[in-house]
Design a protein around this ligand. Structure first.
Ligand SMILES: [Zn+2]
Length: 483
C-alpha cells in the first residue's frame, strides 16, 4: 500500500520484503545530521531512529505515527530520510480578540507539532484585550483584559470577557511547547493595536485620554506616543516582565496598522521628529521600532515586525520582517538588500480566518515562498507562517475547523518549499491521514469543504462579507491611508 506522510519527506525508500518489527530498537542523536534532519528505518528487527537533535528524533516519531495510522499492525519495511527546506515553520493563534483557554491552546499546539511546525506565534494583546498577567503593570490584566461586550463583525452581545493567562499558565504553555520542539514567539503589537493597553495606561498615548477596551473589530486611532520618553520606559518595564516568561530567541513587536493621525498632531511626536531628523511619520515608526529593538537586542533577543514597520526605510537591518500585505513598493526587498530577513505569510494564502470559499486548502498549499520582488534576496527568506485571527471566531470547534487541515498545508509549504509535490498529492495524503484529527480530538473541515465549488464559495464569501458594513469598510480605508 502507498504510504502518505505530511509534510512530504525528502525520501521514502523501500526497505525489503516482509513486515517490520514494532519495537523501537534505537532512538539516538547523530552529530553528522543537520539540526532538523532525521532518518527513520522500519526493519524486520524493529524501528531505528536517528536525528540531528531531540526535535529531529521527535519528527521521526511523528512520521512513524502517521505510518502506523495507515498500516496498523502491518508495518512495511522502509526508510524515511528527511529534513526541511525552511527552518521557520510557524503557526499563529490570536488569543486576544477571543480568549482561547490554556487546555484548548495546548491541544492546538500538540496538533501543530504533529505536522512538524517549530514556532508558535502567540498573539495575546490587541485592541480588544490584553491577555497575560503582568506583574509590573497589573492594570494590563485587571483592566486591559476586560472587554465589556462583543460587537465584532456581524455580532452583538453585552457579555463581558475578562479572561487572561496567569503567569503560571504561560510558563506551562511555554514548557509544553519546548517538550514538543516548538519555540514560542510572543507578540506585543506596538505602536498600534494597543487600545486595551491604553485603556489600562492612557498616559502612554498621544492624547492621554481614558478610552475603553475596544468591543468592535477594525483599526483604531489611539496608538503609543513616540514622543514621550515615559512611553519607552514603560515599554522596557513591560518587556522585562515578559522576557522572564519567554526565554526563547525571538520577540515580535508588531508594527502593523498604526494610523498616524494623532502622531501628526502631537507636539511631542513632532518634536521627536525634529530632534531625530525624521522627515516622515513612517520614519518615526521606524525610529520607535528600532529603539524597542535595541533594548530587546541588549537582552539577547531577535526582533520580528509586520511589514508596515519597514515603510519608513530606516528599520534596523537585523530585524526580521513578516510579510503579510501586498508590498507594492517592495520596501521589504530594500530591507533585505541591506541584509534583513523575512517570513512569508501573505494574506491570500496564509490567513485561515477567511472561509475556505475565499482561501481554499489549495490556496494555502500553493503559497509562493519566493514572492515577486524578493528573488534577489532569496537567502534571507526564513520560511512561512499560517495565521488565525479571532474577531469572528467564538468557539473552539470553529477555530479548529478553520485551521485544520489548512495549517497542515502550510506545514508542507514550509517543510518542502518549492519542492512541494503538488496539491493533488497533498490532498490524497491528507484524505488518508484524516483520522489523525480525531485522534488528537481536533475538529477538521470535511473533505467536501476543502476546495468549495464556485457557488458554495460565493455563498461563503457573501456570508463573511456580512461582518463588514459599508461604514466599517470606509473607516478601514481611511485608516489605511494614514498607516
Ligand atoms: Zn505623541
Amino acid at each position: 500500500m502507498e504510504i502518505g506522510i505530511i509534510p512530504e519527506p525528502k525520501k521514502i525508500l523501500p526497505g525489503g520484503e516482509g513486515c517490520a518489527g514494532h519495537v523501537i530498537r534505537e532512538n539516538k542523536l547523530n552529530p553528522a545530521f543537520g539540526e532538523e534532519e532525521y532518518r527513520l528505518q522500519l526493519k524486520a528487527d524493529g524501528i531505528w531512529i536517528e536525528g540531528g537533535s531531540e526535535k529531529a528524533c521527535l519528527y521521526a516519531e511523528m512520521s512513524l505515527e502517521q505510518i502506523r495510522l495507515q498500516c496498523g499492525e502491518d508495518l512495511p519495511c522502509l526508510t524515511v530520510e528527511d529534513s526541511p527546506e525552511y527552518s521557520w515553520r510557524a503557526f499563529h493563534i490570536d488569543c486576544a480578540r477571543h480568549f482561547i483557554p490554556a487546555e484548548e491552546l495546548k491541544k492546538m499546539i500538540r496538533m501543530a507539532a504533529h505536522f512538524k511546525f517549530n514556532k508558535f506565534h502567540w498573539h495575546f494583546s490587541d485592541d480588544q484585550g490584553w491577555r497575560i498577567e503582568c506583574r509590573r503593570y497589573p492594570l494590563l490584566h485587571e483592566v486591559g483584559a476586560v472587554r465589556k461586550g462583543d460587537h465584532m463583525g456581524n455580532y452583538d452581545s453585552e457579555e463581558t470577557e475578562d479572561r487572561y493567562y496567569t503567569r503560571d499558565q504561560v510558563r506551562e504553555i511555554v514548557a509544553y511547547c519546548k517538550e514538543l520542539g516548538v519555540e514560542v514567539i510572543p507578540e506585543v503589537d506596538m505602536p498600534g493595536h494597543v487600545t486595551a493597553l491604553l485603556a489600562a495606561y492612557p498616559q502612554y498615548g498621544c492624547r492621554g485620554e481614558q478610552i475603553p477596551v475596544e468591543t468592535r473589530a477594525g483599526i483604531f486611532r489611539d496608538i503609543l506616543c513616540a514622543g514621550k520618553e515615559e512611553t519607552f520606559e514603560f515599554i522596557k518595564g513591560l518587556l522585562d516582565d515578559l522576557l522572564e516568561l519567554f526565554p526563547g530567541t525571538y520577540f515580535h513587536i508588531g508594527g502593523d496598522e498604526a494610523p498616524k493621525e494623532y502622531w501628526s498632531s502631537c507636539p511631542l511626536c513632532r518634536k521627536r521628529m525634529e530632534e531625530e531628523g525624521l522627515s516622515t511619520l513612517q520614519e518615526l515608526q521606524g525610529y520607535m521600532e528600532n529603539r524597542i529593538t535595541a533594548y530587546l537586542k541588549s537582552r539577547g533577543r531577535t526582533v520580528i515586525v509586520w511589514n508596515e514597520a519597514a515603510y519608513g526605510g530606516n528599520l534596523d537591518p537585523d530585524t526580521i520582517v513578516q510579510l503579510w500585505t501586498e508590498d507594492k513598493e517592495n520596501r521589504l526587498g530594500a530591507h533585505m538588500e541591506k541584509g534583513g530577513s523575512a517570513v512569508i505569510s501573505i494574506v491570500k494564502n496564509c490567513y485561515c480566518d477567511y472561509p475556505y470559499g475565499i482561501t481554499s486548502l489549495q490556496d494555502v498549499y500553493e503559497l509562493d515562498v519566493r514572492p515577486e520582488g524578493l528573488e534577489k534576496a532569496e537567502k534571507g527568506i526564513l520560511g512561512t507562517e499560517c495565521l488565525i485571527w479571532t474577531e469572528h471566531i467564538r468557539d473552539m470547534e470553529k477555530l479548529e475547523t478553520m485551521c485544520w487541515p489548512r495549517y497542515a498545508a502550510s506545514a508542507e509549504a514550509g517543510w518542502c518549499g518549492q519542492k512541494r509535490p503538488g496539491y493533488v498529492s497533498f490532498e490524497g495524503r491528507m484524505k488518508r491521514l484524516f483520522p489523525v484529527f480525531e485522534r488528537y480530538g481536533i475538529h477538521a473541515e470535511k473533505v467536501s469543504g476543502w476546495v468549495p465549488p464556485k457557488e458554495e464559495a460565493e455563498r461563503q464569501k457573501a456570508e463573511f462579507e456580512k461582518n463588514f458594513s459599508a461604514e466599517d469598510r470606509q473607516e478601514v480605508e481611511k485608516m489605511q491611508e494614514i498607516i
